[in-house]
Design a protein around this ligand. Sequence first.
Ligand code: MYR
Length: 131
Amino acid sequence: TFNGTWKVDRSENYDKFMEQMGVNLMKRKLAEHDNLKITIEQNGDKFHVKESSTFRSKEIDFTLGVQFEYDLADGTELAGAWEMEGDMLKGKFTRKDNGKALTTTRTLVGGEMVQSYSYEGVEARRIFKKQ
Ligand code: MYR
């Protein structure tokens, strides 16, 4: 289960990914130490997600397979949906400003939550530990 509070422990290729997303150097440097914390409450196919970081606090509700809108910390707007495939959450989102796809997955690996991100051929991962 993804339920619980997850605190980012380490990131892989996240700087390159943000660069591909068009995030400027100063924001990327800040984002390196964003202390991202994600609290997930799943009830059937409904999710309530609390996100907190040095940038902001945000709460989101979504249902698996149902489109919703989500804005990134830098204001970039996405629309898309999460689906469950086996034990993996798969998110397919589209940037509203340029129509390009951002895909992401969440999976549990050895007690950690691994979130992958992919945009325009660049992939990154952030690994979270349960609090
Ligand atoms: C959630 O489940 O946390 C809400 C929906 C998440 C949508 C996709 C998140 C992609 C985040 C990409 C970060 C990029 C920074 C440039």
